[in-house]
Design a protein around this ligand. Structure first.
Ligand code: G3P
Ligand code: MG
Length: 261
């Protein structure tokens, strides 16, 4: 893989980004969802969510609580990795995935290797706030250790994490995720500019053409989530967004490449 660049080359279609892996067909944020995303041609990037375990290992899990996607209960932050590994992270989706476990970021990055770029979304826990820079350093350490800094983008709803991350590692590519309630009326250039991010990520419900114009005018990339149907993918492509996050990235590829020039 080439080093990750926030914007696809001019005239090339938007990046296809597998949201939590191919999470429409396998349990999100597990190897079962990441593996097909590495094997399906045309998928550019994998998005995943990270947080910390009790001993401060970086784990790949969306919710702060284990309840929705595993057989565990309560905050993941209260469990050691050895305990988290006991929980089944696949049966909630389908019993055939009962062998799936919550993975470590380190293991997912090693597995994906240089086959796909990775969007590492840092989830901060408002009920268990970390000291400033703590989560950012933990995540950066893993990425640096594996020599994958040029293959990843970091993103977060918590924009100050992105600011800190770039203070620690100036070469890191970062994205800020838009929050309608908090960020309403603030142009992407302002949100990204104040923390040195080069990507703005917004939901399809928040997206406006004005946001896209502002982002592009200021040289920023704009990615939209979560597009799972043909009509919305076509529409966003025509408008010129730079990345499309989908739960069924495998199904988005033919649409995107069909229009690709
Ligand atoms: O990065 C976009 C998207 O992943 C943010 O929302 O809740 O799916 O992590 P969520
Ligand atoms: Mg996410």
């Amino acid at each position: 893989m080439q080093p990750f660049s926030p914007k696809p080359p001019a005239g090339i279609s938007p990046y296809v980004i597998a949201h939590r892996g191919i999470s429409g067909k396998a349990p999100e944020n597990t190897p079962a969802a990441f593996s097909p995303a590495c094997l399906t041609p045309g998928i550019d990037m994998i998005e995943l969510d990270v947080r910390l375990s009790k001993e401060e290992e970086v784990i790949v899990l969306h919710d702060r609580s284990l309840q929705r996607t595993t057989t565990g209960n309560g905050p993941a932050r209260n469990y050691l990795v050895s305990e988290l590994k006991q929980f089944d992270a696949g049966s909630w989706f389908n019993p055939s995935f009962s062998q799936e476990r919550i993975p470590l970021l380190r293991d997912v990055l090693s597995f994906v290797d240089r086959r796909r770029w990775i969007d590492i979304e840092l989830k901060s826990d408002f009920l268990h706030p970390e000291p400033p820079g703590f989560l950012e350093r933990k995540v950066l350490d893993v990425v640096r250790e594996l020599g994958m800094l040029d293959q990843v983008m970091f993103s977060s709803f918590n924009h100050s994490l992105m600011r800190t991350l770039r203070k620690i590692e100036a070469s890191a590519v970062t994205g800020v995720i838009y929050n309608m309630y908090r960020d309403f009326g603030r142009p992407p250039s302002k949100l990204a500019g104040r923390v040195g991010a080069s990507v703005i990520v917004c939901s399809k419900y928040e997206f406006t053409e004005r946001m896209l114009q502002d982002a592009h005018y200021h040289g920023l990339a704009l990615y939209v989530y979560t597009l799972n149907d043909q009509v919305s993918v076509r529409k966003m492509m025509e408008l010129g967004v730079d990345g499309i996050l989908s739960d069924n990235a495998d199904e988005i590829v033919p649409i995107v490449s069909g229009i690709k020039q």
